[in-house]
Design a protein around this ligand. Sequence first.
Ligand SMILES: [Zn+2]
Length: 257
Amino acid sequence: MLTHRNTCILFAVLIAALVVLNINYKIHWLWFVPVIVLFLSIEFYGAYFVHSGFHIKTICKADTTDKLVALTFDDGPMPERTNSILNLLSKFNVKATFFCIGSRIKGNESILKQIHEQGHLIGNHSYSHSNLFDLKNTSHMLSDLQEGSKEIKRVIGKEPLFFRPPYGVTTPGLARAVKKLGFHTIGWNVRSLDTSIKDKQQLVERVTKRIQPGSVLLFHDTVDNLEFALEEILNYLNKNGYRVIELNKLIQKEAYA
Ligand SMILES: [Zn+2]
């Protein structure tokens, strides 16, 4: 499997070989360019495609043929939006996982408690969810993630083990922080694109045609009127014999320390 480590080893060998060829046979220095471009392209792919598992071993779906799926919601808690999603989930009697942003918890403790008390799971989605998060060093990321977990524990009394990288971007620094904290990194295999698709019917079609046994679905409990599309998706799952179960049961990992 292509990982950051074996890519670095492979390209170090290639560069060393080119240096030897350059010294002994005077090959043109331009030979280095495609090798470096290829290296950077692979690194970029690994950082931006969470399912690649390039930097961090990431769980994006369960390996099952049973019609079981899990729902996940990122970026809350958000007043009204999260509550509205919770009401819909309760109407369908299904449980989901909420990857919360630590800095949004202060002042919204009652929402977090409600999520927990209704039997949903809460995961860490960093404290800051900063645009610059991926440019920070390991110790900065580590303290940001610890701060996020601290906020969740302050309210529900449990320390999360499920972690979803902000923007789904992974880096070597984040890999070190995640390893130290013992997190299970959670991706998705059905991305709803609910933050950009405005047409709810299009959103429903996009999601339902990608659902398969073991799917992990990604939504955001910050999107206006998401419940209209979500209701149709939940109806589709019911009609097609799918069952929504808790993420910890789907992937068979502990959600809390
Ligand atoms: Zn996010």
